[in-house]
Write a protein that binds this ligand. Structure first.
Ligand code: CA2
Length: 142
């Protein structure tokens, strides 16, 4: 099984600021956690992050050509704005799970809107890094 874990803008700043919302662990801690977990499960995983919407669209499209079985996506702030990411997910038609580290539904009203949720079969919020593991397990069980 092959999984892509995609993180959007500013998630490379994890652990550097706002630890009360996003925790103390860094983006590289997240990547290590995911890679270690997938190694033990025999899952091939690629973790990518970009601050640029077009890069994220490109990575989703590439997942199709790489015959990726599942996508875990935390689009960061693009969650709340990007029809392009929604369209890219629809275009590749790969099973996808949306993850948010924080409890987006308890935050500002603009964070209650998610375009990618129109495509994703599951949304996990407020579970920190464990949300990514739950998403991988969900995709692996499909
Ligand atoms: O809770 C999440 O995972 C979010 O997707 C994170 C995004 C935010 O725009 C979404 O509404 C919810 C922002 C990630 C920013 O991460 C930072 C990390 C450290 C310092 C500042 C921002």
């Amino acid at each position: 099984m092959r999984i892509l874990v995609l993180n959007g803008p500013n998630l490379n700043m994890l652990g550097i600021r706002e630890p009360d919302i996003y925790g103390k662990d860094t983006y590289s801690d997240l990547v290590n956690l995911i890679e270690e977990y997938c190694k033990n499960k025999g899952i091939e995983v690629k973790c990518l992050q970009s601050n640029h919407e077009g890069d994220l669209v490109d990575y989703i499209q590439q997942a199709f050509f790489d015959k990726t079985d599942g996508i875990v996506i935390n689009p960061g702030a693009y969650t709340h704005t990007s029809v392009a990411l929604l369209d890219a997910l629809k275009a590749v038609s790969i099973p996808a799970v949306e993850v948010h580290i924080s409890k987006v539904n308890e935050r500002e009203s603009f964070r209650q809107i998610s375009y990618v949720s129109y495509y994703c079969s599951k949304t996990i919020t407020g579970k920190g890094f464990d949300g990514y593991i739950e998403a991988i397990d969900y995709l692996a069980a499909l």
